[in-house]
Ligand binder design. Structure first.
Ligand code: PLP
Length: 392
């Protein structure tokens, strides 16, 4: 089918909830994609940070194929080996306590919010349930995670929203302090605000918030749905900040393309959720965990992570070296980068790049956001840079 035939059927049969690029993708290999007309693209988006080890990665495809033959799903009423392996890898590589598996970032964050509220309820009784998040954050699309998201444009139509959230300014410790009182149970934040514009938090600010959380016995929830699983050049971004979060959520890149999310809790709070208090039918099925295990066997490796940092630096330096007047800077860590352009012009640049065969995203008001597969080759980056030179 042609793009137009597909689009006509899409308009007829699929709810119109996305502003999609005018392309129907067909297949990929590495960090390269082809659309239904055979046009080639260098993909600097990896399906919004999901296809972390590239397209048609043999380790992932083989793991999924083998597991599909054995068992795809059993329900969480049974013990299955792939899930235990995923949890064991995550825990041993981070020093955290235990893992709960979900199916998406929003659902992982819902789990983290429930864990924080129950931790406080168990210890202090009712009424200590408020969670402070940051302005400009993004935590998901469920009614509760929309409320956790500190952007007014998301707080519309779906009233009433979940109670118990308030917002502080990023990199402004006094603002966080002033939102905290005796009814607060947690602080939740991204270390690099992804959707908000690829805005990294200051280390000093993050460490001060961590110290405040310890002092007041508030749980520190770090949303690593976008920054996690190697994206920023360490297995988790929190390692680069030198902090010890109570709860870390992840999703996007964990499964290499299959839907999986996870809530990882420290020893101090990893036994808060008990039978009957939290569950999900699809959470941690053998199929998705087999895929996550293949991803982690590639990514949870010091040499691989050093390579992610090197590629991120290469991309950043070469983008700056284009010397384009339209580029005001590049921010981010590892392979999570934002090219800063004139406010409001980011979508035009993304469209122009797409036209010439580079897929990039946008974020916030002025960032062209790059989240390439972590396995992208230098040849693919060079091809993308040649096109970027023309566009910027
Ligand atoms: C994408 C994202 C989410 C939501 O994840 P979904 O899988 O779309 O529910 C939550 N938090 C952050 C930081 C994200 O980038």
């Amino acid at each position: 089918m042609t793009y137009q035939q597909l689009k006509d059927d899409e308009n007829r049969y699929v709810m119109n909830t996305y502003g999609r690029f005018p392309v129907a993708l067909d297949h990929g290999a590495g960090a390269t994609l082809w659309d239904v007309a055979g046009k080639k693209y260098i993909d600097l988006s990896s399906g919004i940070g999901v296809c972390s080890v590239g397209y048609d990665n043999p380790a992932v495809v083989n793991a999924i194929t083998e597991q599909a033959h054995k068992l795809m799903h059993t329900s969480n009423l049974f013990t299955t080996a792939p899930m235990i392996q995923t949890a064991k890898t995550l825990v041993t590589k981070t020093g955290m306590g235990k893992v709960f598996f979900a199916n998406s970032g929003a659902e992982a964050n819902e789990g983290a919010i429930k864990l924080a509220r129950k931790y406080s309820f168990d210890k202090y009784g009712a009424g200590r349930n408020k969670i402070v998040t940051l302005w400009n954050s993004f935590h998901g699309r469920t009614v509760t995670t929309l409320t956790a998201t500190g952007q007014d444009k998301f707080h519309n139509y779906f009233f009433p929203f979940t109670e118990g959230f308030s917002y502080a300014h990023a990199n402004d410790f006094a603002s966080v302090e002033s939102e905290i009182d005796d009814t607060t149970c947690a602080v939740m934040m991204e270390l690099i605000q992804g959707e908000g514009g690829v805005l990294p938090l200051d280390e000093e600010f993050v460490c001060a918030v961590e110290a405040l959380c310890r002092e007041r016995d508030l749980l520190l929830l770090i949303d690593e749905v976008q920054t996690g699983v190697g994206r920023t050049g360490s297995l988790f971004c929190f390692e680069q900040y030198g902090i010890h979060p109570d709860v870390v959520t992840m999703a996007k890149g964990l499964g290499g393309g299959v839907p999986i999310g996870a809530v990882m809790a420290a020893q101090s709070c990893c036994d808060v959720l008990t039978p009957g208090t939290h569950a999900t039918t699809f959470g941690g099925t053998p199929l998705v965990c087999a895929s996550a295990n293949a991803v982690l066997s590639i990514v949870a490796n010091d040499d691989f992570l050093a390579e992610v940092r090197a590629k991120g630096e290469y991309l950043k330096q070469h983008i700056l070296a284009l010397g384009a007047d339209s580029i005001q800077g590049v921010r981010g860590r590892g392979l999570m980068l934002g090219i800063i352009v004139e406010e409001g012009k980011h979508a035009q640049f993304a469209s122009a790049l797409l036209e010439k065969g580079v897929i990039a995203l946008t974020a916030g008001k002025n960032a062209v956001r790059l989240l390439p597969p972590l396995t992208i080759s230098y040849e693919e980056m060079d091809e993308a840079l040649t096109i970027m030179k023309e566009v910027f």
